[in-house]
Write a protein that binds this ligand. Structure first.
Ligand SMILES: Cc1cc2nc3c(=O)[nH]c(=O)nc-3n(C[C@H](O)[C@H](O)[C@H](O)COP(=O)(O)OP(=O)(O)OC[C@H]3O[C@@H](n4cnc5c(N)ncnc54)[C@H](O)[C@@H]3O)c2cc1C
Length: 240
């Protein structure tokens, strides 16, 4: 049984794409809600008619006083996301303390390592939090490349923000990959793109972080294991 110890008020809702919204929250009863970038919370949905009236969401922003942000895709046939999408600013939801250990290593390790963040859709959420945390703490990895997969240009989440970061941070590289668009950027699925960059080599001091739905996560893990990467270098967060 989860412990829904926090009351979180929605302060702002934004459309990030035709099917994804960002929800900004503020914890009501405390001025602090500390967490590590990459963690998630479980939200209670007592109103849904389901044996499991809770859903997990990665924290999409770095820890910031009593504020946090979630980025959620609407599953029209789902139980909880349609209910969440009906919520308004001012509504209060019950959430657990931050959970999970899909987090970056210690500062010293980050500074001497390269990272590949690989995700599709709202799988970008924990990576956005990690990027914000690195920038806020002024921690610079050797290199960090974000591969973000989606269908169309309208589905690219946080595009402006990521493009701005890529143009201002010399260590950050941003590769949006679209599967159903004839655009000028990277096309198809994310896999050939990161595989091409690592060129079948086992790179030392390199970590792969993968986040999203099982099909993409499994395929990425299998590709990396086939090259010979060890479990220690591969971290993942499954959304299903
Ligand atoms: C760690 C984690 C982080 C996540 N972060 C995000 C995020 O940032 N953004 C986002 O859009 N989605 C995220 N998800 C997915 C999210 O929790 C929901 O699964 C998704 O929004 C669909 O929910 P739904 O109720 O609309 O669909 P439904 O089809 O009603 O729910 C399906 C999901 O509910 C859960 N579930 C249902 N029954 C059970 C049960 N008996 N026991 C355990 N679990 C059950 C499963 O996760 C299942 O995939 C995350 C999932 C996990 C596990």
């Amino acid at each position: 049984m989860q412990d829904f110890i926090h009351q979180a008020k929605i302060t702002e809702i934004q459309n990030l794409s035709p099917s994804v919204k960002s929800f900004k929250f503020q914890i009501i009863q405390s001025s602090e809600f500390n967490y590590e970038a990459g963690q998630f919370v479980i939200v209670s949905f007592p109103e849904i008619n389901h044996s499991f009236p809770y859903r997990s969401y990665s924290l999409a922003s770095a820890s910031d006083g009593s504020n946090f942000e979630l980025c959620v895709v609407l599953k029209p046939t789902g139980h909880a996301s349609p209910v969440l999408f009906e919520k308004k600013a001012g509504d209060v939801l019950q959430v657990t303390k931050p959970l999970g250990n899909f987090c970056l290593p210690d500062e010293e390790t980050i500074q001497k390592s390269s990272f590949y963040f690989i995700c599709t859709g709202t799988g970008i959420a924990p990576f956005r939090a990690m990027l914000q945390a690195l920038i806020r703490k002024n921690i610079k990895p050797i290199k960090l490349t974000l591969y973000f997969g989606a269908r169309k240009e309208e589905d690219i989440l946080y595009r402006e923000e990521m493009e701005k970061l890529a143009s201002t941070l010399d260590w950050f590289h941003y590769v949006p990959v679209l599967s159903q668009s004839n655009w000028n950027g990277a096309k198809g699925y994310v896999h050939p793109h990161y595989l091409n960059e690592i060129d079948n080599k086992i790179l030392a001091d390199t970590y792969f972080y993968i986040c999203g739905w099982s099909e993409m996560v499994k395929e990425t893990k299998n590709n990396l294991k086939a090259i010979g990467y060890s479990r220690k270098q591969i971290k993942f967060e499954l959304f299903d």
